[in-house]
Design a protein around this ligand. Sequence first.
Ligand SMILES: Cc1ncc(COP(=O)(O)O)c(C=O)c1O
Length: 428
Amino acid sequence: MAQHDTPDSATGEAILERTLGPLADCWGRENGYLSIDGQPLSARLPQTPAYLYSRRCLDMAVATLRAALPESIGIHYAIKANPFPPVVRHLAGLVDGFDCASLDEMRLADEAAAPEQKRSIAGPAKSRAEHRYAIEAGITINAESVSELERIMVVARTSGRRARVALRVNPPFALKGSGMHMGGGARPFGIDCEVIPSLLDQRETLAEGGIDLVGLHLFAGSQSLDAEAIAAALDGWTELLREWQQTTGFTPAELIIGPGLGVAYHPGDQPLDLAALAPAFARLDEQLAALGQHGGIRIETRLEMGRFLVAGAGIYLTRVVDRKISRGTTYLLCDGGMHHHLALSGNLGAVLRRNWPVVAVDRLDDEADDTVDIAGPLCTPLDVLGKHQPLPSLAPGDWLGVLQSGAYGASASPTGFLSREPAIEYLI
Ligand SMILES: Cc1ncc(COP(=O)(O)O)c(C=O)c1O
């Protein structure tokens, strides 16, 4: 079932401002068109479909987050959100480390990162090759099960090296208001928190098996726009850490926390209020400093995230190929679709498909006086780019831009479906 957002007549300019807030200013705009160096981007870019990413947006997203964080809390970029190498290389100059989810992501992180930047790998069912690579490169392995610890020990033994390991914790709570729950209840991710104390008690045995237990990985969910819920999850984590310190004497030297910071994708979404979260970050810092003091070490804390850093820095560009009316509904049929942007079509974990912020890139000042359905080139009714979407009246050849497309776009889509060309990616 599709949910139709209430149509409004906002101009593209207003959609940019309300969706991206201060990041909107990172996108060039002249005389009602999105621009690159003063020229319409539709004239500068050779073709659609394409993803366009902005360095200035990446800079601003990281700077905005840093401004809300105590200095001692670092930022790790989760490459899974956007593994386009130029984006990862640019972020390497801005963040403190990387979270990887595969062998190729580890290789990319190694190529992009400076030696002092920490890297970790998370994910269930890691392969032997992934364990081996991580151990040899000194990458922290976030262990997702007790049996993974056993597998890591085997690889450490055969490679004659020690493994840096963090226990990924499946918390007793889920991050409320998050688009994707990844904690609480039974999960393939992480070790149930009730099992953690017994593992912490066995750290000497793990050390004998070649595992240096360097810390914990705490991730409860993603895509939350609710500052209170995120703050409550952070408090929940420190509560657990305090309890474990009391019962097992374990103080993590390294903590990787996924706060689940979300971005506003749909009409009516209120962007996350970072200023409202700043006190929670400060409290986290104070509480961890106290725990560290009690344990006689300094806890190195990193927040791990993807979309918050990269979503606003990406626009997906597609061109209208055909305009047709079917039994009263006007369709814009475009050259881009769900094979490039699965999330836009509502098929990447959404319960109900909602419209995204779509603008006519050369008509930013024009009122939306048309209401259209937007479809891609695939012969499936799933290939939806917009339903009852308000836009200026457009014709074949006109370009559309989908905002907030920098995360989970090209790499999270079925690019092989129907054997069509991939979208070209650019970083400007
Ligand atoms: C372990 C882990 N870290 C980080 C992320 C990134 O989440 P987000 O892009 O919402 O920040 C995910 C997303 O699923 C994840 O599973």
